[in-house]
Design a protein around this ligand. Structure first.
Ligand code: B12
Ligand code: SF4
Length: 541
């Protein structure tokens, strides 16, 4: 994820980033993003395998020729303007393009596409398709049809229309399929990604996944996908979900511990599976049902590929889970994402975060937590609450990943203004860099010998580039990353890491579940995940 955010211009000498890919003997891709495998599976239901090829741009020459009638492209982050990629490439200069964006441009402007485009139609889809319409690049790249959203219901028809030479609609808005319409993949996907749920239902106003209806994928379907991955050489299975704890949930986000345990043990028991890794989760279920973490730990930690000396597991393994914490301000939380803490109230959010982190850490789960800086209407008072919460987490084992608010198309906050690095206040910069101090400290054990280089690099970066690009507001927060003396920094910053002041929040012994009987805490339409099969579904957000 981080490599995708590097500036393309310098990527090769900052890291050993490689854009080379593994190929099958016939030159097709050995593995590709899961969404593209879903499209391939849909096409294979209608067309013969010899008429379809799934390949990387470097093999276009081999697979795109005079008889090609349609080309489909998967776009994860085509212009590099999704959360992290947009921010981190900017640290290297004003016009730095991220690896993500540069690679997409290299693909979509490939000479082979140009040469043959007069006899095929070009369809682009994927989670980042919205970026192309937002930046008005569809005509520039001669894209005939842009598919925004889930494509189970439309992909095969679009490809059929293209084959018949019929004109395609310029854009198509995808719709959530019924779970039965999601096909089993026919070939391996990157990182052994296997979907276990689709959509969410908690209804956060900034989130594009909130637009997808929620559904759990049946266990048989999941296991068939796992076996397919393993059969083609994968030894790691990555469970793709927006929230692990939504899997086969009961009404009102009730965590289904037996179903989750069965899922994990069944996947781990498939011969050839060495590692099982999880993607996203939320904090509230951890606090409400800590027994779920106990139940999943043998597989989630025992079969994780991550290791850290702070883990008490015999092989020092730890489970990594992405959790969106977003803000420490109950006011902003209430305004934009109150479903995320259900059954707890927004006012309980700091307690939920601290208690959940404590439960996870005690069982060797070290989450990667994302935060959003600059939510619409964020004030200094909100930022101070976020800093207070962050400070209370100073001894926790987790990585903190700051992102800036980006209005994603079609979300409820889609028309709001994007937050820009140059506009950050000193408090927001302090938050940004305190996150990075935590994250770098967590992983510094791997590179103890280069810690002094960080410290030295900070003033060099600030005077040569940082101050020019972003102004003086960033200064003291940046120096905190390099562990410069607190007796100097605390005069300029809000938090004081010299140990003189106790944190404003502490880990609660328990977090009481409020009585929601009088009035539901989140609107009914945000419970799309909880509908019985066949019940009509309403749009989640
Ligand atoms: C797994 C994953 C990853 C993996 C990628 C593994 C892989 N390559 O397969 C890793 C960890 C590497 C990753 C990295 C990043 N990711 Co990611 N990732 C996901 C995640 C959790 C699951 C993706 C998935 O498999 N979904 C299930 C499939 C079925 O859905 P889908 O891909 O959207 O496919 C459907 C449609 O989009 C469409 N479709 C897809 N391809 C095509 C092609 C054609 C021709 C057509 C017609 C339709 C079509 O049909 C599919 C079926 O309905 C999603 C969140 C999510 N739940 O989707 C985030 C998500 C896609 N990632 C996201 C981001 C931002 C990134 C990064 C850019 C982060 C960063 N560094 O800034 C990086 C860069 C990735 C890269 N290399 O380019 C965002 C995208 C935001 C946006 N809408 O712009 C998402 C939505 C997470 C989020 N909520 O913010 N990611
Ligand atoms: S909890 Fe909120 S941010 Fe996370 S996937 Fe669900 S709607 Fe999106």
């Amino acid at each position: 994820m981080l490599l995708a955010t590097l500036p393309a211009r310098y990527a090769r000498w900052i890291s050993d980033v490689s854009v080379g890919n593994e190929l099958a003997p016939d030159g097709q891709a050995k593995y590709v993003p899961h969404g593209l495998r879903v499209i391939e599976a849909l096409l294979l239901e209608r067309f013969h395998p010899r008429d379809i090829a799934v390949c990387f741009p470097d093999q276009f020459e081999r697979f795109i020729g005079d008889d090609t009638q349609v080309v489909g492209v998967h776009a994860h982050n085509p212009l590099g303007i999704a959360f992290a990629a947009d921010i981190y490439s900017r640290f290297w200069g004003r016009d730095c393009e991220s690896v993500n964006a540069a690679e997409f441009r290299r693909m979509i402007e490939h000479p082979v596409l140009r040469r043959h485009h007069h006899h095929f139609q070009l369809i682009v889809g994927g989670p980042g398709a919205w970026q192309i319409s937002q930046k008005k690049m569809q005509d520039h790249w001669a894209i005939d049809c842009l598919v925004d959203g889930e494509a189970e219901a439309c992909a095969a028809d679009l490809f059929t229309a293209a084959l018949q030479g019929r004109p395609l609609p310029r854009s198509v808005a995808g719709h959530s399929p019924v779970p039965a319409a999601i096909p089993n993949i026919r070939h391996r996907s990157t990182f052994g990604a296997v979907e276990i749920t689709r959509g969410c239902g908690r209804g956060c106003q900034f989130c594009s996944i909130a637009l997808r209806h929620g559904a759990s994928i049946p266990l048989d379907h999941i296991l068939a996908d796992v076996r397919r991955q393993v059969a083609e050489g994968a030894d790691t299975i990555m469970l793709v979900t927006e929230d692990l704890f939504l899997y086969q949930q009961g009404r009102r986000f009730q965590t289904n511990v037996p179903a989750l345990q069965r899922l994990f043990t069944s996947i781990a028991a498939v011969p050839g599976v060495r590692h099982v890794v999880v993607t996203h989760g939320t904090m509230a279920p951890v606090v409400q049902s800590p027994e779920v973490i106990d139940a999943l730990t043998p597989v989630a930690v025992g079969k994780s590929w991550n290791q850290h000396p702070l883990s008490t597991h015999p092989e020092h393994r730890y489970a990594m889970l992405f959790i969106g914490l977003e803000t420490g301000s109950p006011r902003l939380f209430d305004q934009y994402m109150k479903g995320k803490s259900y059954p707890y109230t927004p006012a309980q959010w700091p307690d939920v975060v601290l208690k959940g982190m404590d439960i996870l850490n005690a069982r060797n789960w070290f989450p990667f937590c994302t935060w959003i800086i600059g939510l619409p209407g964020e004030t200094d008072a909100d930022m101070k609450q976020s800093l207070d919460l962050l400070y209370a987490l100073k001894d926790a084992k987790f990585a903190a990943i700051p992102t800036l608010f980006i209005p994603l198309d079609q979300t409820r906050l889609g028309r709001q203004r994007q937050t820009k690095l140059v506009e950050l206040t000193d408090l927001q910069w302090e938050f940004f860099f305190t996150c990075w101090r935590y994250s770098l400290d967590l992983f510094r054990w791997r590179a103890k010998d280069i810690a002094w280089k960080y410290a030295l690099g900070v003033p060099i970066y600030y005077s040569l580039l940082g101050r020019r690009l972003f102004g003086r507001n960033m200064k003291y927060g940046l120096f905190r990353v390099g562990h410069y003396p607190e007796r100097w920094l605390r005069r300029h910053l809000y938090l004081d890491f010299s140990g003189n002041l106790p944190p404003r929040y502490s880990i609660p012994s328990s977090v009481p579940v409020p009585d929601h009987r009088a009035r539901p805490a989140i609107p009914e339409d945000q419970h799309a995940m909880n509908l019985a099969p066949g019940e009509p579904r309403t749009r989640a957000a």
